[in-house]
Design a protein around this ligand. Structure first.
Ligand code: GAP
Length: 600
């Protein structure tokens, strides 16, 4: 698909979302608010189905994961411990002419001729001068007068209405990110901008009452780790998951809902033994042997196996709701891209129509989810900042340790000591202090104590909803009421996440027997699945409306249902399938089980 076709497709998707009530701008009657989106009736159902299915798969169907529903505003110390208070920032730049704001790391590099000026004076009033230097970059071959025109606009904003530009100088530049790609104007120097939204707790606005809207749900899980482990009587390895709102004051929200300022996350923190503990208990640590799912979890898995396991589980999740493997990319972050505490991170990307393209022109994909092996960084940080122990006691480890020979004990202690000392030095402890603490912690390991490591699959609900919408969107042809072929927009959602599962239609609205029977069928299905009842307009038109909503099944109550075409068809309905448009007759009694089977 070419770029312009992809843009066109995205426009049609956005327009359908608005027209059919999937997603629209927040506060639209006041002109909207950038980076905030509302989900209409169909979008709200879609999102709910995505979250419910994630929750079912990630916790309800497992023995080793439990849930949490924590507050959005938490103690501000949490964000100091996590590093968000100091490092959760993006570099921003402003256009010196239009004041438009960009993320410095998202500026496309440009080449051309830069026109530099040392200032300007007003040709009608020499007293008016500006000594502010300014530059404009223009593409090779573009007329220099363009650069001068932009520069005059810049100085006009500084009160030099009839600007005579001073000391024009040119310079050839390659791959510069210092200029606005839209007009060539110089940008400000990059400044770091913290993405957390601030608020104030209580009636007095002061430094002490400042709090933040959480930028991720993960930190509450770390902060409550000990309590949840205790009350749920879980032992490592086990996980805690949470779904909830997160807020980031993104410099440049873009691509519809893809980068929003308010969004929802579905996060799992899966706590595991450090590899040294696994080795002490099992004798060795299993490592991934090749591609593919590593199978059922085993006691001898170290962080690499657990990481691989969760990458494969998450890919399987996406496939189970209709995102084919060919539309996904498994991207292993390069060592230089990893956060300092991460041992490995895999991003699962979806090939959105607006995704960047690789050298071969193929869609490269944009991030849906990150699966990070975060070592013991997070719990260690909360231990340090709160002064409360975040370690666990592992009886099996204590017993296994006692049975180890001395050389094994020394080797494992040394490795554990080194990894703890590295963490302590990296997070600001002086070398002597780090050495002493790490020694103490290595001795603790021998007694069965350690701070668990974590694997974190972290997904965005809104990005997934957008991927599912893009993935479902299709156009084909179907006959209208008169049999003439017309273009049909059809949302081919997987039945599991489709907003409405079945639509029920009486063939004609003005036949009371049909309407009565259709309402009975609606009431029969409603306790078990989301049903939409529609009696308005020609039946073809009603089918078309449901195709656009992505409803996988249509149930029509017709004269056959009433037994008017023969007793054998009495109490049967027409079941229409959205994708194939095939129709079959099904007994009303058999309908609930059949539909439940198809949407599960
Ligand atoms: N706890 C780890 C964490 O928050 P992240 O990569 O910053 O990691 C995880 O975010 C997921 O949250 C992303 O993969 C994405 O799906 C979603 N997400 C992050 N920022 C977002 C934004 N501004 N708008 C929509 N979704 C976002």
């Amino acid at each position: 698909m070419t770029e312009s076709k992809a843009n066109d497709l995205m426009e049609r998707i956005v327009s359908l979302c608005k027209r059919r009530g999937f997603v629209f701008q927040s506060s639209e009657i006041y002109g909207g608010i950038n980076g905030f989106w509302d989900y209409g009736p169909l979008g709200a159902e879609l999102k709910r189905n995505v979250k419910d299915f994630w929750w079912r798969v990630m916790t309800q169907r497992r023995d080793d994961v439990v849930g949490l529903d924590a507050t959005i505003i938490m103690h501000p110390k949490i964000w100091e411990a996590s590093g968000h208070a100091t490092t959760f920032a993006d570099p921003m730049v402003d256009c010196l002419l239009t004041k438009k704001r960009f993320r410095a790391d998202q500026i496309e590099p440009q080449s051309g001729i830069a026109y530099h000026y040392s200032g300007a004076e007003d040709s009608t009033d020499k007293a008016k001068t500006s000594r502010e230097p300014y530059s404009v970059l223009i593409a090779p071959g573009k007329h220099p007068e363009y650069a001068r025109k932009v520069a005059r606009q810049f100085y006009a904003q500084r009160g030099i209405v009839e600007a005579r530009l001073l000391e024009e100088r040119t310079e050839e530049l390659e791959n510069s990110i210092r200029f606005n790609p839209e007009n060539g104007s110089l940008l400000t120097e990059p400044r770091l901008f913290n993405l957390m939204f601030k608020t104030c707790v209580g009636p007095v606005e002061s430094a002490e009452s400042t709090a933040y809207l959480r930028p991720e749900t993960a930190q509450a899980i770390f902060a409550q780790f000990k309590t949840v482990a205790e009350v749920s009587r879980q032992k490592v390895p086990f996980g805690i998951c949470q779904i909830g709102k997160a807020f980031r004051n993104e410099i440049n929200p873009r691509n519809f809902t893809f980068r929003s300022r308010e969004f929802e996350q579905m996060e799992l923190e899966f706590f595991i033994r450090p590899d040294e503990a696994v080795e002490a208990v099992c004798g060795s640590v299993a490592r991934p042997a090749g591609p593919g799912h590593p199978g059922e979890p085993q006691a001898n898995w170290g962080w690499q196996m657990w990481h691989k396991y969760w990458v494969e589980e998450r890919l399987a999740f996406y496939e189970s709701i209709g995102l084919l493997r060919a539309t996904l990319v498994e991207y292993w972050q390069k060592p230089e891209e990893l956060a300092h505490y991460a041992r490995a991170t895999v991003d699962i990307l979806y090939k959105f129509p607006f995704s960047k393209r690789d050298a071969a022109g193929e869609l490269a994909g944009e991030e849906l989810e990150g699966i990070a092996a975060r070592s013991d960084f997070d719990l260690s940080q909360h231990q340090r900042f709160s002064g409360k122990g975040m370690g666990v006691f592992d009886e099996e480890l204590k017993e296994a340790w006692a049975r180890l020979d001395e050389s094994k004990k020394t080797a494992l202690s040394k490795r554990y000591f080194e990894s703890r000392r590295n963490y302590l030095v990296k997070t600001g402890e002086n070398p002597a202090g780090a050495e002493a603490k790490a020694l103490e912690e290595a001795a603790g390991l021998a007694r069965g104590n350690y701070v668990p490591h974590v694997i974190e699959p972290s997904a965005g609900v809104d990005r997934l909803a957008l991927a599912l919408i893009c993935n479902a969107y299709g156009e084909d042809t179907a006959p209208d009421e008169k049999g003439k072929m017309e273009t049909r927009v059809v949302m081919r959602f997987h039945p599991r996440i489709a907003p409405v599962k079945a639509a029920v239609f009486p063939l004609l609205k003005n036949k009371p027997d049909l309407v009565k029977k259709a309402r009975e069928v609606r009431d029969l299905l409603r306790p078990q699945l989301t049903v939409f009842y529609d009696e308005a307009g020609a039946i073809g038109r009603r089918y078309r409306r449901q195709d656009e909503a992505g409803t996988p099944f249509g149930v029509t109550i017709d004269f056959e249902t009433l037994g008017e075409q023969g007793a054998e068809l009495k109490d049967t309905v027409t079941l229409r399938e959205r994708d194939s448009m095939k129709q079959s007759r099904v007994k009303i009694d058999a309908l609930p089980a059949l539909l439940l089977e198809r949407i599960r």
